[in-house]
Write a protein that binds this ligand. Structure first.
Ligand code: DAH
Length: 342
């Protein structure tokens, strides 16, 4: 046993000193230690000379040595294999890799997310609805009955299989769906894509994005609406931007207004973007018409509310001084990569 232990220790030290890297040297190592006439076989042969009471200990010792030798051999072949494969297929591992370009968020998404986070601060939750709507949610419930002239304000795409179905022309349809759920008070913003049959140009497109806002509770007033929108404008464009409301008409609100902000490009001096007026319109708004509340089963004597709707493209164009709407949907990476995610 003494001799056997000494022998194993010596061979282990020998093996640990070996560093074969070429295929030939590794093969020589294998023959020397693991071959049919190799060292491992020879030393295993010593078992027959071991006294019966030592057989168990000797067996363990030799088995450990066997595992050690095989593992060492495996580590040599593995290290050499990686190298050989790379060289075999002509890969130069020292060359820098091909960079994978990192995408950026679409400017519309950046602005939409910012609008959402501003209204989230005021407690507005995000609600969404379908892009294919029925006439009721897109028109009738919003106080635009059939043959109402205001239906012509928006050119509608109808679904040919079912004349009652259409591509929603505004996100106001989501208001109706949320009010129908009957949970009050209600404070939501609804971002989404809308569709209109318009000739595509720098200023119009057949699809674009809107954000609709709605707040329904007891005693909601026009002052609440104004304060909410002031907060939005300050957060979105900064405290220097001026705001004005002009009376307007929407069938679903009474009274109705449009809100302008002082032109971000010329700061009110007058330029092409504001058509020399110093003001740009950014949204429509008003107090929800009692008929709309009643259409959704809400008691208009108890509840009042305000609503507003804005186009995300318009705000994005003002924000980044983009002059052509078509850029948003052409997917030209040279355009898209200019906007870093917020
Ligand atoms: N739905 C209108 C549009 O697409 C925008 C709008 C105006 C929404 C006034 C409203 C509102 O909620 O109160 O032009």
């Amino acid at each position: 046993m003494e001799n056997l232990r000494a022998l194993v220790a010596k061979y282990k030290a020998d093996i640990a000193a070996e560093q074969p890297t070429t295929p030939d040297a590794i093969e020589a190592f294998r023959i020397k230690y693991l071959g049919t006439k190799g060292l491992l076989k020879t030393i295993m042969g010593e078992m027959k000379n071991v006294a019966p009471e030592n057989k168990k200990e000797a067996g363990q010792l030799l088995n450990d040595f066997k595992v050690f030798t095989e593992n060492t051999f495996a580590s040599f072949t593995e290290a050499a294999g990686t190298q050989t494969n790379a060289t075999a297929v002509g890969i130069d591992l020292t060359l820098p890799g091909t960079p994978a370009p990192l995408g950026t968020r679409h400017p519309i998404s950046i602005v939409r997310n910012k609008i959402i986070s501003i209204f989230n601060k005021l407690g507005f939750a995000v609600a969404e609805g379908p892009e294919i709507e029925d006439d009721f949610h897109n028109f009738s419930a919003l106080n635009l009955p059939e043959n109402h002239p205001a239906r012509d304000m928006q050119d509608t795409f109808y679904i040919s299989q079912n004349p009652d179905w259409l591509l929603r022309t505004h996100t106001s349809s989501v208001q109706i769906r949320e009010m129908q759920k009957g949970t009050l008070p209600l404070r939501i913003i609804c971002p989404g894509r809308v569709f209109r049959n318009e000739t595509i140009s720098a200023r119009a497109h057949c699809f674009f994005n809107q954000v609709e806002g709605l707040y329904i509770a007891e005693n909601v007033s026009f002052a609440d609406l104004k304060q909410t929108l002031y907060f939005f404008v300050t957060e979105m464009f900064g405290a220097d931007v001026k705001v004005r409301f002009r009376p307007s008409y929407f069938p679903f609100t009474e009274p109705s207004a449009e809100m302008d902000i002082s032109c971000l490009i010329c700061h009110g001096k007058g330029c092409n973007v504001c058509k020399k007026t110093g003001w740009v319109e950014i949204l429509g708004c008003g107090m929800v018409h009692p008929k709309v509340l009643e259409n959704c089963g809400i008691d208009s004597n108890k509840y009042t509310g305000f609503a507003f709707g804005m186009g995300i493209e318009r705000i994005t164009m003002l924000n980044y001084q983009i002059k052509d709407l078509r850029l948003f949907s052409e997917n030209d990476v040279r355009f898209l990569k200019q906007f870093e995610s917020a």
